[in-house]
Design a protein around this ligand. Structure first.
Ligand code: HAM
Length: 454
């Protein structure tokens, strides 16, 4: 993935440095080599979440802006500076989704999912948009997979969401790179008391804070606890601890969660300064931090959001969820030198010369594909020599060659591209011979399942 850290913020294209049309800063093409990772990650997510009874949901790429302002909180970084908000032709305010929890809760209510068996378990694999300063691991369009469990409050559910997140990271070969950071931020009431204590503590210390924190002290003082600026970190270390202000119910809930995690053999780091950047959380919050880099570029995070459904107009309905950044996952898979299996390698390249050969080759190509042979036919006008060079670049282990002579003699030449040897077969035997050479077990006979008709 390209890293455009070096582009000045207002530099939208590199001018004379390349093609005239380029992607805006912070967004990227997903090229075939990276799609191998995306495909694999999607398969793992679908498999593990299907095993746990989750169903997939996609909410729209854009929503009415108030879906996000109401749920994430007006003073959060995301809402105050990172949303892509625009007006449509009728002057309605719309926003590209910066995350999916708000949209999923909106969908839960709009589609009357309270009427389903609770909890409703949903997962998503979606692009999201944040006007963040682009840097390594921070993009303006990025993908998340996430899961939401709506309709039940029990620490066993929080434990399961955490376990599933870890299971997926394990499947992707990177679980060991991360530590699970865990905290409880209590109920909104207990948090109010804590926020007052925090503001008291910081009173008179404002000049030691970074500009950002000074601004947030009045609006979102919890965020001062996870600021990465040196002086702010020192002050945060000495600040009163949230744990002292937790209500009894949250304390008990958290103790149970930890017991359940222990029971499943899941290790965690208790981190009393972990608060997360969204207002909707209550009680459990957690993040997966790089074991060597710490808080920077968490690969995923989540928590409980018991008040959100009600805030969005529904009956009081507890919920818990998690989301992880797919670009960050891929970067870590590459860092850990994890490669993914994929099925994109070709079996056969068909080289031909002349219209008569083409007429023979087209049905053969069609039939080979039907039988699971991955086939590319060079049906242009290059010489056989040029086509063989192309075949080499495609990396197909076999090439079928049909020139004028072969058509006249009713044969085909099969060339083993790794050693350069050739055999001649009767044209009508070509298909079976290819299957023999490739091996039945290597054919691509993937089926999406039989269609059912009602
Ligand atoms: P979040 O912590 O804002 O949580 O995002 C989750 C993950 O998305 C991050 O840990 C990171 O890996 C990835 N991510 C976020 N912003 C960017 C970016 N600009 N570029 C690349 N990756 C990024 C949420 O979004 C919550 N909705 C999670 C949740 C679900 N809580 C409850 N349910």
């Amino acid at each position: 993935m390209a890293d455009d850290t070096n582009l000045a913020d207002d530099q939208e294209s590199p001018g004379s440095m390349g093609p005239p049309y380029q992607t805006p800063k912070g967004v990227h093409d997903i090229l075939p080599a990276d799609h191998e990772y995306y495909t694999y990650i999607k398969k793992v997510v679908r498999h593990r979440l299907r095993q746990a009874g989750f169903r997939r949901i996609s909410t729209p790429i854009f929503e009415f802006t108030n879906v996000f302002t109401r749920s994430l909180g007006e003073t959060t970084d995301i809402v105050s500076k990172e949303m892509y908000t625009f007006q449509d032709r009728k002057g309605r305010s719309l926003t590209l989704k910066p995350e999916s929890t708000a949209g999923v809760v909106r969908a839960y209510l709009q589609n009357n999912m309270q009427a389903l068996a609770q909890p409703v378990q949903l997962y998503y694999i979606e692009p999201h948009f944040r006007y963040d300063r682009p840097q390594k691991g921070r993009y303006r369009q990025f993908w998340q997979f996430g899961m939401e469990v709506i309709g039940e409050s029990d620490p066993a559910l929080d434990a399961q969401v955490i376990q599933l997140a870890i299971r997926i990271l394990k499947d992707l070969g990177i679980a060991d790179l991360f530590t699970l950071q865990l905290n409880s931020i209590g109920t909104p009431e207990s948090r109010k008391k804590y926020i007052a204590a925090l503001q008291d503590y910081y009173f008179g210390k404002e000049r030691h804070l970074c500009e950002n924190c000074r601004a947030r002290l009045g609006t979102n003082p919890l965020r001062l606890l996870d600021c990465k600026e040196e002086d702010c970190v020192v002050l945060a270390k000495l600040a009163p601890s949230l744990a002292q202000y937790l209500d009894e119910e949250s304390k008990e809930f958290h103790a149970d969660l930890k017991e359940f995690l222990d029971e499943m053999g899941i290790k965690y780091v208790e981190n009393s300064r972990l608060v997360r950047g969204l207002d909707y959380y209550s009680k459990t919050v957690f993040e997966f931090w790089d074991a060597s880099l710490g808080a920077q570029n968490a690969i995923g995070g989540g928590g409980r959001y018991d008040g959100l459904v009600e805030l969005m107009g529904g009956n009081p309905t507890p919920a818990v969820g998690f989301a992880a950044g797919i670009e960050r996952i891929i970067a870590n898979m590459k860092r850990a030198k994890v490669r993914v299996p994929h099925k994109d390698e070709l079996h056969v390249f068909v080289a031909q010369l002349g219209k008569e050969a083409k007429k023979k080759c087209l049905p053969l190509i069609m039939e080979m594909r039907e039988r699971g042979i991955k086939t590319v036919g060079a049906l242009g006008k290059g010489s056989i020599g040029t086509q063989l060079k192309i075949a080499d670049k495609f990396g197909a282990p076999w090439t079928i060659i049909m020139g004028l002579t072969e058509v006249r003699e009713g044969v085909a030449i099969i060339r083993d591209m790794s050693v350069g040897t050739q055999i001649k077969v009767k044209f009508e035997d070509t298909l079976e011979k290819m299957i023999e050479l490739i091996g039945e077990e290597n054919l691509d006979n993937y089926s999406p399942g039989e269609l059912l008709y009602s």
